[in-house]
Ligand binder design. Structure first.
Ligand code: PHE
Length: 343
């Protein structure tokens, strides 16, 4: 066959092969078919010597053009398919980045634990409003209008057009009254919640804090039930080998009233920072519900009796953690709060 015709055929072949150069395998096939010594181009070059002398330059030129077409297509396809030197976006020598995981606030964690212990002792959880009236916060709890005990708890009053006795509850005992008004004995409730007192904020006290109150009313409830309940709770919550002492105290709504101390769970009574070297930790105020309080809420004190107790949640958290400034709990400083991952 005429060499010119062969060149034309090969050109058609190479042109259609070029259109398929879309992977490194195809590029390599292309090279082996057309560009190597035993490839198509070279075999036509070898036939050049059979071409009459005067035609050689023109045919040679055609062959050269075809070779550079094939070579050029090969080169640019190779260039396209050779992975560039990629600069890695990951520098494995850099220190790792922390991802922050939220945690449950220590106050919430403590309230949850307290609730789970008391509910396992068959107490129910009851709640009441933060904004109260004088009747529920004071009057029905046996605080006389001019009773000096009202001074024990500095009260925030809420300005109100027609009533001057609206206030922010100073203790969760207000919920005690609401529970007695709405339930018939036997009553076995705990009442967690926020309380408010007009006090200067310091390392030991806040104007807004949390309490949990407990109330148990039934026939024949006595101080022995109060003792048993508090001791069982404190052994489960703090220390199973704890010792207790009951000191007499005063609250208008309980008679007799007491404050309960527990031997320090950390030093077991030897004296340490947590118990301020006394060996004892005060855990709560408590007492037998005053007959006037039962009567004010429609419960007959001749038939029923009950006990109540209450403690401050922040104080519990300070005792358990050894934090020496209550304000750390409310600074919203992640460095402090993240030290209390939920257990
Ligand atoms: N309400 C009391 C206080 O805020 C605590 C308490 C509750 C005491 C129930 C006795 C019984 O200090």
């Amino acid at each position: 066959m005429d060499l010119r015709l062969q060149i034309e055929n090969l050109q058609a072949q190479i042109t259609s092969d070029i259109a398929t150069l879309d992977s490194s395998e195809r590029i390599e096939e292309f090279r082996l078919r057309h560009l190597v010594k035993k490839g198509t181009l070279q075999s036509l070059v070898e036939q050049l010597r059979l071409v009459p002398k005067e035609q050689k330059p023109a045919v040679g030129k055609l062959l050269n053009e075809l070779r550079s077409l094939a070579q050029g297509a090969f080169d640019s396809a190779t260039e396209r398919h050779t992975p560039k030197h990629v600069v890695s976006s990951i520098d494995v020598t850099l220190p790792g980045r922390n991802s922050y995981v939220g945690s449950i606030h220590p106050i919430t964690q403590t309230v949850d634990r307290l609730i789970s212990i008391f509910t396992s002792m068959r107490f129910e959880v009851a709640e009441g409003p933060d904004v109260e009236d004088d009747a529920h916060n004071f009057e029905r709890l046996n605080f006389d209008a001019d009773h000096p005990a009202r001074d024990m708890q500095d009260t925030f009053f809420v300005e109100h057009t027609d009533r001057s006795n609206i206030l922010l509850r100073t203790h969760t005992s207000s919920v005690q009254v609401r529970v007695m008004e709405s339930m018939q004995p036997p009553i076995r409730c705990i009442m967690p919640g926020r309380v408010y007192r007009n006090e200067a904020v310091s390392a030991r006290s806040l104007a807004e804090f949390h309490q949990i109150e407990g109330l148990y009313i039934d026939k024949g409830v006595s101080m022995a039930d109060l003792k048993g309940t508090i001791m069982e709770f404190a052994r489960r919550f703090y220390d199973e080998d704890a010792e207790f002492r009951f000191r007499t105290s005063f609250f208008p709504f309980t008679e007799p009233s007491c404050e309960i101390d527990m031997s320090c769970f950390l030093c077991k009574g030897d004296g340490c920072r947590i118990c301020k070297n006394s060996g004892w930790l005060e855990i709560c105020g408590a007492g037998i519900v005053h007959p006037n309080v039962l009567r004010a809420s429609g419960i007959d004190p001749e038939v029923y009796s009950g006990f109540a107790f209450g403690f401050g949640v922040e104080r519990v958290v300070l005792m358990l953690t050894g934090i020496d400034d209550i304000r750390h709990l409310y600074d919203n400083d992640f460095r402090a709060l993240s030290q209390f991952p939920a257990q």
